[in-house]
Design a protein around this ligand. Structure first.
Ligand code: GDP
Ligand code: IMO
Ligand code: MG
Length: 456
């Protein structure tokens, strides 16, 4: 008997050999579409998710926490989502926060209430929260700040985190001392003991940390009751969604490939897997249930916080991109650093994620430029390198090889189809597509839902 390996055209044909024996059929079920950031975040994932969510039955977050800031503009109203999936706007779909997400409950309810005031009705009824998701406590956020101060003192630089407690909460999870939604909704006495132990552990590491434990527990008890109706076994919910009637399932990535804890510009990264593997582990779904993987990339590059950024433009070009692109962090209000599009990082993101198509956003921001550069390769000591360096000292040393394109100097914001775009803009887009080797499915030319050219 020969072992059979998946071929290039793998189909799930795990049918029995002709033994005459009846064997179960492996029914793959529905496939989920994944939307992921292909740079350092803020590529416009929220907008792409919103576009797809108009037809989705379920929209899921699988990793990160309220370090994410996703903007959605509908009918002139601007919403920013941090923990809530951007699909929460769609009254016909269910939004799910998966086990891989870390949840700060005060943040979650504040976000919901704030958006309710903007007209987002009934969100609590459309939201499902996995019982396996870990909790971010207020003290995790304080510790995030203390760690940043410590890094600054020890190394002369910090990471520039969002101070939302993301790193400390994922650390508690990895240390196996973290507390989950199911713990909060279980025996509260037991939860209280474990909470106190967790506080103590952190206080033994950070002497400056003061926590009013009783007050925290009182608040957490109140949040628990508000949360209870939304909580489900996330794995079983996803299983049913994947194996019931045909359903459109969308997974909204937060943060981005270059901020991934394993593949990003470590240590200047976040603390979760923002690449495609995070979709499976953060929801408890098999890889075979992943369908399209859409990468979102800006037509230039931005980065918030510290860390290497080879195509950064610390000059008038960078300033122009920052002001024209309104490049200010949604979560922290910090100015985003700006530079030319770096196709080395987008190709690297594609190596990891296997994008089936790309959404190229913010093309309109380049409308006024005389010429536009695109980073196509990195050189070290004068020689091109084929890979994306793991070591940050090396990344700081690379020399970027650029291709230069003439600017189109035309307003593209009213373009709604490919033929509305100037030939020079079409040329820029085609070059990007060919260089990455992935088709560009959408081109963004403005903030709102309708400002998206669909190519196929
Ligand atoms: P996310 O974190 O990836 O969801 O992105 P953010 O919401 O943090 O940042 C993207 C910003 O660009 C938001 O302010 C969006 O409204 C805006 N945006 C998205 N796509 C476009 C586009 O095609 N053109 C312009 N001008 N703005 C866009
Ligand atoms: P969205 O989903 C941009 C960055 C922070 C910091 C580093 C670590 O909106 O694209 P953390 O608080 O996660 O420990 O911070 O990661 N960062 C983001 N930058 N967009 C994001 O999310 C980000 N999430 C984290 O600025 O440099
Ligand atoms: Mg953002």
């Amino acid at each position: 008997m020969s072992l059979s390996w998946s071929s290039k055209d793998h189909k799930n044909t795990s049918q029995p050999a002709a033994t005459g024996q009846k064997r179960p059929r492996n029914d793959v079920g529905n496939k989920a579409t994944v939307v992921l950031g292909a740079q350092w975040g803020d590529e416009g994932k929220g907008k792409v998710v919103d576009l797809l969510a108009t037809e989705a039955d379920v929209v899921c977050r699988c990793q990160g926490g309220n370090n994410a800031g996703h903007t959605v503009v509908v009918e002139g109203k601007e919403y920013d989502f941090h923990l809530l999936p951007s699909g929460i706007i769609n009254t016909k779909s269910i939004s799910l926060i998966g086990n891989g997400v870390v949840i700060h409950l005060p943040g979650l309810f504040e976000e919901g209430d704030k958006n309710e005031k903007k007209g987002l009705k009934g969100w609590e009824k459309r939201l499902i929260v996995s019982d396996r998701a870990h909790l971010v406590f207020d003290f995790h956020q304080v510790v995030d700040g203390l760690q940043e101060t410590e890094r600054q003192a020890q190394e002369g630089k910090n990471i520039g985190t969002t101070k939302k407690g993301i790193g400390p909460a994922y650390s508690s999870k990895a240390s196996r001392t973290g507390l989950r939604v199911c713990d909060l909704l279980g025996d509260f006495k037991d939860f209280s003991t474990r909470f106190k132990n967790l506080v103590q552990q952190h206080q033994s590491m950070y002497s400056a940390l003061t926590v009013d434990t009783e007050d925290q527990l009182k608040k957490l008890k109140e949040y628990a009751e508000r949360l209870r109706p939304m909580v489900r076994d996330g794995v079983y919910y996803m299983y049913e969604a994947l194996h019931g009637p045909a359903k459109k399932i969308l997974i909204e990535g937060a943060n981005a490939a270059l901020l991934d804890i394993d593949f990003g510009t470590y240590p200047f990264v976040t603390s979760s897997n923002c690449t495609v593997g995070g979709a499976c582990t953060g929801l408890g779904i098999p890889p075979l249930n992943i369908g399209d993987v859409f990468g979102v990339a800006k037509a230039y590059t931005t980065r918030v916080g510290i860390g290497a950024f080879p195509t950064e433009q610390l000059n008038a070009i960078g300033e122009l991109l920052q002001t024209r692109g309104h490049e200010i962090g949604v979560t922290t209000g910090r100015k985003r650093r700006c530079g030319w599009l770096d196709l080395v990082i987008v190709r690297y993101a594609h190596m990891i994620n296997g994008f089936t198509a790309i959404a190229l956003t913010k093309l309109d921001i380049l409308d006024v430029l005389d010429e536009i550069k695109v980073g196509v390769a990195y050189k070290l000591n004068g020689k091109r390198i084929p890979n994306f360096p793991a070591n940050m000292d090396v990344l700081h040393k690379v020399e970027v090889e650029y291709e230069t394109f003439p600017g189109w100097k035309t307003d593209t914001s009213a373009a709604r189809k490919w033929n509305d775009l100037p030939a020079k803009a079409q040329n820029y887009i085609r070059f990007i597509e060919n260089h990455i080797g992935v088709p560009i499915k959408w081109v963004g030319v403005g903030k709102s839902r309708e400002c998206m050219i669909q190519m196929f």
